[in-house]
Structure formats: C-alpha cells, structure tokens
Design a protein around this ligand. Structure first.
Ligand code: ZN
Ligand code: ZN
Length: 749
C-alpha cells in the first residue's frame, strides 16, 4: 500500500496507514546468554526487517518493522530456528505504529538488569509431558501433576524469590530418587524444573465424598448425571458441569447466583472446538498457546451446547485443557463442559480445600481435591481477536505476572486500580507488573484478595512503593486503602487512566486524542463521566468533547435498570408524556421534575443501556455491560453505513438520535438495523471529533471498546482518514487495565 499525506482541519499532515507495521515481541525463558540476540539480528537482516533487540529484566525484548507478511514469517522462524540452548516459555506480541527504523541493531542491555524476572506465569502442559501421561510404559502414566521446565505451574506455586523448590508450594513434597536424578541432570528435560513430581513423591488427587471408583471416573460419572463438580485446578477451584445438560447448567446458575453472565467452556481439542465454533488459524493459535486462555469465539450454531451457557452473549468462551489433570478428565469425559470460576457471583475464586468445602459446599455435589497448595489465585484469562490481533480482556493465569514493558523508567509507584474488575500494579524501572485479575471489591473476600495481591507483588519483587496511585473516586475500596496506606497518594481521573494505559502499552509518545468511553467513572466536576474525548498526554488532559449530559433517576438503580436511562432521555425530550408506560413512571417523573436522586452523567455506556431499552432489546443489566452486549449482538452479520444523527462535536447531542430510534421502533424497523445505525452514529461522532482536534494519534479505551463492532469500525474509519489508531492488546480496555494508566500518570507527576 502507498502512504498518502492528507491535509485536514488545522492543516496537520497525516500519513495514511501503509502496509508497514512494527511488532514488539517480549520473550521469557532461557533466552539470555544463549546466543539469542545474534540469532534475532541475522533473522531480521535476512527478512529485510528493521528494528532492534535487547535484554531487559522483563526478558528479551525486540522490535521488528516491515510488511505484515514478513513479520509473520519472522515470528514463525523465531520459534523454529532458535538457538538449540534457547527455550521460549512465554511470548507476548503487540503491533505498534511504525517508528521508521533503518537497519537492525543489537541494543546494549538495560542498566540495572536485575534478575527480577524470576517468576513466570503458569504454562499449559507441553507435548512431551502429555505424551508421557498417555504412555502406559512411562512412570508418569496417568499422573495429573506431570510437568517439566517447559510447562507447568509457576506463579500459582511461588511463595517467594528466588523461584526455587523450597520457595514453592512443592516444598512439602521431598523428591524421590528418580525425580532428584532428573532434577540434577543438565541433559534432562526436567533439569531444575521446580514443580517436578511423580506418582511416588508428588501430590495426589481424591474425591469428596469418598468413592470406590478412580477419582476421574467418579467425576465423569457425576458430570454425566448432571451434577456440578468442584475441581481444584492450577489457580484455584473451577465449577464443572456438562455443557449440553440444560438442567445442570440452570442449577449451576441458580447455585452460583449467576443469572445471565456467560459461562466459559472447556473442550478436549481444537477439532471439537471446530465442531461448535468458527475457528480461524489465529484464534486456534491463541487456544493452543502456552497461556491457554479462554478465547471468545463465534458459535456455528451446531447443537450440543445449551443456549443457557452463553445466554445473551454472541460468543462462546472456549479453552482447551491446560494441565494434565484437565487432559485426563477430558479423556474420561470427552465432551464440552462448562468450567467456570469456583466462586459465588463476583467474589475471588476459592483456592484451598477447606475454603472450597465451606464456600462451594452447597454448589458442588462432588469435589476433586488435591494436596498441592495454591499460593495465589489465578482465574482463567479471557482473550479475543480484535483488528486481527490478540486482545486480552481478563489478564490472569498464563499472563500474570508478565510485565508491560515501557520505553522509559518509572519511579517506584504502586497503583491500586478501580473498584470493579480490580487489578493492582507496581512500576519497577521500565516494567509495570500487573497483578492477576482480582475482581469486584464489594465483598470482604475480594478486599482480602486485593490486600494480599499488593503484599504479594511487593514481596515477590522486593518492592517498596514511594507513591500510591488510585482513582479519584472517594468511595472506591481501593481509594480508601490508598488513603489509609500512610504513603503519598496521587489520585488519577478514571478516564485519563484508561487512555494512558492504552497509550502506554502501545508505546504512544506525546499528545494524542484519547477516546475514553465506559459505564461510570468519577469526573473532575463530581458528575459521572463515561463519554469523554481528551487531548491527553501522560501528564494531563484537556476535555475536548463529551456526550451531552443527562440524568440517571435513582442513581445506582439506573445502572442496573437501563430503562430508567431511556425514560430520562425521553423525559428531557418530551416530558412526562414521552416516558414509557411502567409502574414506576410517575415516581420517576417526579424525581426528574424535582431533580431528586438524579446524578448527572455523560456516559456512553449508559446511552447504550438507554438505546437497548428503547429498541426493546434489554431493559436491565444483570451484569456489567449486558444490555450493550446484547445490542451489539443484534447487528449479527448486517453490513450498513447508515447512522442515526448524533448532533454536535464538542457536546454529542443524543436528542435527535433518541427521536430517530423511537421512530424506527414505532415503524417496525428491524432491530439489527436499529442497532447498527446506533453503533455507526458513535463511530461517525468519533471521526468528527478526531477531524476537528486533528492530532494524528487516536487512542480508544474504556469498557465500551470491548465491543468488537465499535472498535473495528471506529479504527477502520479513523485509519481511512489517516489517523494512527491505538487499541488495547496486552492489557484489558475495561477497568482491569486501569492500574497501568494510574501508574504511568502518577509517575509523570
Ligand atoms: Zn512439559
Ligand atoms: Zn518422584
């Protein structure tokens, strides 16, 4: 593709997206001191790619710039032709804007290269171990805790650094002579594999209540009978049920107090996944990666999975077995099963046996226990493919505690994140270490997990914070903790933190237009923000545009009940008469007329709720973002450029849009078209603001950009006009990524 310069707005020349991309790769494992940098240098030269490679405390970091096809060839050969002594355990990739590199260089290693990269994420079972587990002649035949230096648990068994067996939860299992020989032998695949174990010396499994049958056969039997099974996995307990058994899934929902949120599935192999989902090669690569996350996939409509699994979600969240225990279970029960976090609604997952009996005892009728302690919880991670790239939506097992590599040093900041989907982060030089997903801080359990995660990160990295970054919201549990910590506090505006996180992980420098859209966040003026355009950099922002403010009658209640937002918009347009007929109509009208308990908001998330209700798609949110998700899914495969009018730039006026939706609904226009016109209106508004502000870099962040229609359309429309568009890859667009932005902003101050 040819690069073209366009003149727009304030005569800022913009270079249209060309075919050149920059790829950043971070590798962990045995990649330092094994001739890896010269190998990368030769490979890049051979493929005609520009860039650099260096050793850092995060591992080996490299960037290559060139055509997408050459970059993909580079990635393939990196794996297949690496030096014999090199072992790649984790590989994280991000696509960045081209930097215009000329030539390829080996950069000098970063100063203060510390061996802090000691603890890696938990890695899915490798092929060699899997073969042993399936080989009747092998001494590890059928052994659920088989692992080697290439695979197995790490982060969830590490009690401290250095990462050595006495510092792991394997310390209570003295190695037998055979294991000790393998552990000491430099030629062995298990040389210094800290969790090494075998049936003689390692952990064991059992079921509760007791059974005469072998444990996994008993689990399979229970699943076949429609029971819910609690299984102690890698990062804590999972709840399992047969995904084709409507009654079992319904009971699981009821017991778990999870009425609507989709459940994740585990399937035995990619072949089985293909039976139920549309699976691209890139998505398959995510499924089979060492991180083995839950990948959001489009179902193909095949029967066999009850609709109650996904509920209103247009996706199925699918993962493959990632520990020998899961593989053995799938052999015993080779069908799709629901495998959801072992918790009640949004609490952290249970990790120890006694805790599971107590917290999950009335959900699971059978437990599969084991005696290897879990040092810290790690939920299954969630990713999806967006704009052809991996996008992490929940960062936990397989990803935590890999750091985000920045191109500058930060002072020691601890960032404590948001209130929902909480994660915390510490800045160590050029690396920001994010904790695993902790969850919503509404319960005592969650607050305990939050405090443990902070202590844990600080201890693992021998880190002493000099500053705590938190949200501006005074009532967040994380903010309260920061204020009580006794350390200097930097309160960071929510939506600024969102776009700063996205800018940081994409290496965006200087000023950018930050589009920060989500459900709710505390605004500088004390109102609820969520439809914001900032001209921003790490040090500050100017609010250049936002949604026209409207009111949320009932406050919190209006977040759960989206029809209230709809009623409020209609009231603004046409008074009492325009409001929908509902039992509470008179009460709501009085609240609005007297302006009682009606907080003001500019939230696009709440506008989604309102439009979903007006269109008759959903009137409430039983979980965060539900109505918006349903509205997106209603578009289905419809392709249209039509858009509702969303007037104005600086203040996006929803009034003409709401009128148009109402008229369409009255005229029986199909919901797919209504939904598409609404999404397209938002995209057009983004483009209008971007053209007016005319800064070449645009950053899209906030929970609304989990919507793949919105993010793909907005990115394409902006790129077509010459903007460089940055979206989330390694860190979630939702509040799970907030801590990174907080750390970056606080460090600047
Ligand atoms: Zn292995
Ligand atoms: Zn042994």
């Amino acid at each position: 593709m040819e690069a073209t310069a366009t003149l727009i707005g304030n005569h800022v020349p913009l270079i249209a997206a060309s075919g050149i991309e920059r790829l950043r790769v971070t590798l962990c494992g045995a990649v330092q001191g094994v001739g890896f940098r010269p190998f990368v240098y030769r490979l890049a030269k051979e493929l005609g790619l520009a860039g650099w490679v260096l050793n850092s405390s995060a591992g080996l970091v490299l960037e290559v710039e060139g055509e997408r096809e050459a970059l993909e060839r580079f990635l393939g050969r990196l794996e297949w032709e690496k030096p014999p002594a090199a072992v790649i355990l984790t590989r994280e990739t991000s696509f960045l804007a081209p930097a215009g590199y000329r030539g390829f260089e080996i950069r000098s290693s970063e100063a203060a290269l510390e061996k802090t990269a000691g603890v890696l994420p938990d890695l899915a079972t490798c092929r060699a171990c899997l073969a042993e587990v399936g080989d009747p002649a092998d001494r590890r035949y059928g052994y659920p805790f088989t692992n080697c230096t290439l695979c197995g648990p790490r982060y969830t068994i590490a009690n401290g650094i250095p990462y050595d067996r006495p510092n792991t939860t394997m310390s209570g299992f003295p190695m037998c002579e055979a294991c000790a020989r393998e552990y000491r032998d430099p030629a062995d695949r298990r040389f210094h594999a800290q969790p090494i174990a075998c049936p003689h010396c390692g952990p064991r499994i059992w079921v509760e209540p007791e059974s005469q049958d072998p444990p996994l056969r008993r689990v399979a039997e229970a699943l076949a009978q429609g029971q819910v099974v609690g299984l102690k996995g890698i990062g804590g307990f999972q709840l399992l049920a047969d995904a084709g058994d409507e009654a079992a899934i319904e009971r699981l929902r009821w017991l778990k107090h999870r009425e609507e949120k989709p459940f994740a599935l585990m399937m035995p192999s990619p072949e089985v996944v293909r039976r139920f989902c549309v699976l691209s090669p890139a998505e398959e690569a995510l499924l089979v990666s060492a991180a083995a996350p839950i990948v959001l996939l489009r179902p193909n409509g095949a029967p066999g999975i009850t609709p109650n699994v996904a509920k209103s979600s247009p996706y199925l969240g699918v993962m493959l077995p990632y520990s020998p225990l899961h593989h053995l279970l799938m052999r015993e029960y080779p069908r799709p099963i629901v495998a959801t976090s072992g918790n009640r609604s949004d609490e952290p997952i249970a990790i120890d046996n006694a805790e599971a009996r107590q917290r999950l005892g009335d959900i699971a009728s059978l437990f599969l226990m084991h005696d290897r302690p879990v040092a810290r919880h790690a939920d299954d991670s969630v990713v999806r493919l967006a704009r052809g790239r991996e996008s992490v939506l929940r960062r936990a097992r397989g990803y935590a505690p890999l750091p985000v590599h920045l191109d500058r040093c930060l002072p020691p900041v601890l960032a404590v994140g948001a209130h929902l989907k909480n994660t915390v982060a510490i800045a160590v030089g050029r690396q920001v270490y994010l904790s695993q997903h902790i969850g919503d801080l509404d319960t005592l359990e969650a607050r305990g997990a939050f405090e443990r995660a902070i202590r844990d990160l600080c201890r693992l990295y021998e880190f002493e914070p000099r500053l705590v970054a938190c949200d501006l919201h005074p009532d967040y549990a994380s903010t309260e903790w920061a204020r009580a910590s006794g350390l200097p506090v930097a309160a960071v505006q929510h939506h600024h933190a969102h776009v700063a996180a996205c800018a940081a992980e994409n290496g965006v420098r200087g000023e950018y237009l930050g589009v920060s859209w989500d459900g709710t966040g505390y605004g500088l003026d004390g109102t609820v923000w969520g439809g914001e355009f900032f001209l921003a950099h790490d040090g500050g922002f100017e609010r250049v545009a936002h949604l026209r403010p409207f009111r949320l009658p009932g406050g919190e209640a209006a977040i759960r009940e989206g029809w209230r937002a709809a009623a409020s918009l209609l009231w603004e347009i046409g008074g009492d008469e325009a409001m929908p007929e509902r039992p509470q109509k008179a009460v709501l009208a009085r609240m609005l007329a007297r302006n009682v308990n009606c907080p003001v908001t500019t939230s696009v998330g709440r506008l989604f709720d309102a439009v979903a209700s007006l269109a008759g798609v959903a009137h409430e949110n039983r979980f965060e973002g539900q109505a918006a998700m349903e509205l997106e899914s209603r578009i289905g495969g419809l392709i249209t450029e039509e858009a509702y009018p969303l007037a104005g730039e600086e203040t996006g006026d929803w009034a003409p849009l709401v009128e148009a939706v109402r008229s369409d609904v009255a005229h029986g226009v199909p919901t797919a078209l209504t939904a598409a016109r609404f999404h397209n209106a938002l995209v057009e508004w983004i483009v209008r603001v971007a053209l007016r502000v005319a800064t070449p870099q645009v950053v899209l962040s906030g929970g609304c950009f989990q919507n793949s229609y919105l993010v793909e359309r907005a990115a394409a429309a902006l790129e077509a006009r010459g903007f460089s568009v940055y979206t989330h890859q390694r860190v979630p667009p939702n509040d799970g990524g907030l801590a990174l932005g907080q750390a970056v902003i606080a460090a600047w101050r």
